[in-house]
Design a protein around this ligand. Sequence first.
Ligand SMILES: Cc1cc2nc3c(=O)[nH]c(=O)nc-3n(C[C@H](O)[C@H](O)[C@H](O)COP(=O)(O)OP(=O)(O)OC[C@H]3O[C@@H](n4cnc5c(N)ncnc54)[C@H](O)[C@@H]3O)c2cc1C
Length: 593
Amino acid sequence: MYKAPVEEIAFTLKHVAGMAEALAAGTFGELGEDLVDAILVEAGRFASEEVAPLGEVGDRQGSRLVDGAVRTPEGWRELYRNWIAGGWNGLTAPEAFGGQNLPHMLHVAAMEMWNSGSMAFALGPTLTMGAVEAVEKHGTDALKSAFLPKMVSGEWMGTMNLTEPHAGSDLGALKTRAERRGDGTYRIFGQKIFITWGEHDFTDNIVHLVLARLPDAPPGTKGISLFLVPKFLVNDDGSLGARNDVFCHSLEHKLGIHGSPTCTMIYGDGKFGEEKGAIGYLVGEENRGLACMFTMMNNARLAVGMQGIAIAEAATQKAIAYAKERTQGRAPGWSGEGMSPIIEHPDIARTLLTMKALTQGARAIAYACAHAVDMAHACVGEDARHWQERSSLLTPIAKSFATDAGVDVASMGIQVHGGMGFIEETGAARYLRDARIAPIYEGTNGIQAIDLVTRKLPLSDGAHVRGFIAELKRIAAAVAASNREGFGDTAARLDAAIADLAEATDWLIATLGGGRLADALAGATAYQRLFGLALTGAYLAKGGLAEAGDGREDRRIALCRFAAENLLAETAALKDRVVNGALSLAAARAVLD
Ligand SMILES: Cc1cc2nc3c(=O)[nH]c(=O)nc-3n(C[C@H](O)[C@H](O)[C@H](O)COP(=O)(O)OP(=O)(O)OC[C@H]3O[C@@H](n4cnc5c(N)ncnc54)[C@H](O)[C@@H]3O)c2cc1C
């Protein structure tokens, strides 16, 4: 059973991602290490003892649509009640609406643990928190006071309605219609698909954030507006009013995250209410909805990255436990009686260490991204701009590298289990089934790569990414200068990986500058992985150099060396794919005709 790795998480937050410095500088006000530790311990306890035991039930039973109502798996409603009673829903929300205003870093760490317990369960609250953020930033005061306190407490949940059958990655194609009613409100008509937690029995009301188009809107992404559409309208005294004209038509049958209801939502069908059309309230300005939704999507992207890490951690724990128990053959050098535990076989040990290194690398990248988000909020002027750019640069890498790691590590976990991994009762298979959606939703990893190359590399005319690479070089230099035992060839391998990153970055910036967009995009995914691997090497090294005084230094240095000498060799091939891959791709295109 999953046990939250609270010490590892606390170490990474403080000594790798920058929390220790931020706490010492008073960036988070009165917040101190003791409170951080206490929150992490309690979030970990909730994840291990309350969420994780219900993960398997959720997978087996799934959420079901019965007579138009969604029934969640056994025990999940109570779990949700315990969740909100613990105050977890409002961790980062503003105090003015009942939240605790804690740093985003702490939130993503807690989110990791809850997702390890059950990704399908944690997904619902994740979307609510995103919706809170969008309304808080862009909503009117009236909307905020009517909806935010109950969404922050968790009494109501929120959703995100973007996707339509013909509009997935390309939201400019969406057709859901909004009509002005003349009293400042709107009526919404259309169909949204794949809406996570669009209908359920956790809360009395569900607050949908819906992208739709006004009749006179310009075409494409410049003509999209954002509306808040509650399942039940809210009376002036805060009580629930009439049922709004929105309902869940059906649930999808999915590969994984069975506990999470994925709904087709119908707006304005005339099923509810006297007049056709779901009543919606504008969030932000007309035709500026996509920008508002991006408030929600950026943090949601990092949150999806946390799902990848969460699954990778849980899959790794399960695989290590199995490999210590399962005996087969005799490993070289095995001196015990009979067969050796499979963990003694070099191939299994290598697989498990690869799982560990990818998990820890992805975790460090995601926490560093959350740190940048916190710093951007805390700073002003040039400093704020610097951290804003850092979080922008890291978001696509955190989302894609972590979610790819989730899938890869879960798959390796099955391999370690042998045939039993393919059999559902071990639970190893569930991790892979659950993990597989994360590289797809919240902007596919291919879309993240395009974002990274075309929007993030050009930040400050390339100066930001180059400055970041210079920081990474300093970590490699610090390893070279360190007199700690055990780093092996880390400094040279890390240096080489960062040089690959620098060369690929320069090539992409020059290629984009020369107007050769297709050539740059041909290697975008390879570049994204190259960046993630170089960061993994650098952050594991930073962890190896840190003096936490917890007696685990040697273990960290050993993992860092393992990653540098085994995983970083891949960066040379990835760089080659970035700078030399476009021509052969263009030449081979006809093969697909
Ligand atoms: C379980 C689940 C839950 C979901 N939850 C929600 C939710 O709560 N709310 C919501 O609004 N949506 C949700 N979605 C939808 C999800 O965000 C979309 O599936 C995703 O954005 C991809 O869109 P698509 O499926 O239409 O794929 P497409 O956009 O058709 O993409 C297909 C492939 O083409 C690639 N591609 C597309 N465009 C480009 C391009 N310009 N350049 C290069 N490659 C490209 C993609 O990377 C992908 O590999 C969910 C989906 C699932 C399966």
